[in-house]
Design a protein around this ligand. Structure first.
Ligand SMILES: NC(=O)N[C@@H](CC(=O)O)C(=O)O
Length: 344
């Protein structure tokens, strides 16, 4: 096959950041995605409809002329979130709220410390038809970082989905066979996003031969058996799994650091890298479902009308990109050859 045309995809999980950075991140995503679920972990976090709509305005200001792009905003849940915050957000067109266990990842210290105390908010979300997007890791110090997703399923997520069967839950950026199995066996109200890095890499790619800070993200890459389980999940064509890059930019100096930040900036090669994975799996016929239809169907939104075409052409992801503030950033898979290219 030398070209593939699919319904224009959406990215159901990413981090644009704010300010100057939007002039880099928004065009990089709008080049091939029509919509994106925009994570709210700014400083300060996006905790109400007013902040989300103001942030949306700043994102729209950064969309290049001639591109259509629709940012779908999210609310950052805290133990101060009220049921009225949910009602107001839904009325403002905000489709989802994000649950970060406090301390789990970048800018999550203000997030949820008492998960069970959120149950009235989850109840209101179920009533309002607002989706719950979950960063699924426990944060207890005694739990090994490689086990944190599995322990979250056992201790937290199983209880949430059984108590709120009407609540639509997206288990974000899953990294384990345990998570893929949990989602596959759960009701139709439970789905998951999967990133390019968790399909392409495993923890050897993080640690063998030296630490690779640009492959460090959270939840952290797991062993190869988990990577294989995720690959089989997308190959299955199940509508419960869809595209969410978790593109999460941090400047080079913040990644190549004694205490490096978690996050892979994958927007530059996202759809192309997914195409490469699906081709390796001999499942290119499943790419459109994963990238373009499972997500909107789960969210209850219309599928996009436009299409994109990927052509078989080799190109190399740049070693570095210069951010609008002059600092370099290293994109995910920098310096590697990619075999599919977005036709202009
Ligand atoms: N994925 C990451 O490693 N980092 C994300 C936060 C998150 O989604 O965990 C970020 O905001 O940098």
């Amino acid at each position: 096959m030398t070209s593939i045309t699919i319904i224009k995809p959406d990215d159901w999980h990413l981090h644009f950041r704010d300010g100057d950075m939007l002039r880099e991140t928004v065009p990089a995503t709008a080049r091939c995605f029509e919509r994106a679920i925009v994570m709210p972990n700014l400083v300060p976090p996006v905790v109400n409809a007013k902040m989300a709509l103001e942030y949306k305005g700043r994102i729209l200001d950064a969309v290049p002329a001639g591109h259509s792009f629709d940012p779908l905003m999210t609310l950052y849940l805290t133990n101060d979130t009220t049921e009225q915050d949910i009602v107001d957000a839904k009325a403002a067109g905000i489709p989802a709220a994000k649950l970060y266990p406090a301390g789990a990842t970048t800018n999550s210290s203000a997030a949820v410390k008492e998960l069970e105390a959120m149950y009235p908010v989850f109840e209101k979300m179920a009533q309002e038809g607002m989706l719950l997007l979950v960063h699924g890791e426990v944060t207890d110090h005694h739990v090994d970082i490689f086990d944190r997703e599995k322990v979250f399923i056992d201790q937290k997520l199983t209880a949430i989905v059984s108590r709120f069967p009407e609540l639509k839950v997206v288990f974000e950026h899953i990294t384990t066979g345990d998570a893929a199995a949990f989602v596959a066996e759960a009701s139709d109200n439970v789905a998951a996003t999967i990133t390019p890095q968790h399909l392409m890499l495993n923890r050897n790619d993080l640690l063998v031969g030296g630490v690779r800070p640009h492959n460090f993200c959270l939840p952290v890459l797991k062993r190869n058996t988990h990577q294989e389980a995720l690959r089989q999940a997308v190959k299955s064509g199940s509508p419960k799994f869809f595209l969410g890059t978790d593109s999460a930019p941090h400047a080079k100096e913040a990644k190549e650091n004694a205490c490096g930040c978690a996050g892979c900036y994958s927007a530059w090669g996202a759809i192309e890298l997914y195409a490469q994975v699906f081709e390796e799996l001999d499942a290119l016929d499943k790419l459109e479902g994963f990238a373009s239809t499972h997500g909107p169907d789960f969210y209850g939104l219309a599928r996009n009308k436009d299409t994109i075409t990927l052509v078989r052409e080799e190109w190399t992801i740049p070693d570095e990109i210069i951010l609008p503030d002059g600092r370099p950033i290293v994109p995910f898979h920098a310096g590697h050859v990619v075999h599919w290219k977005l036709a202009s």
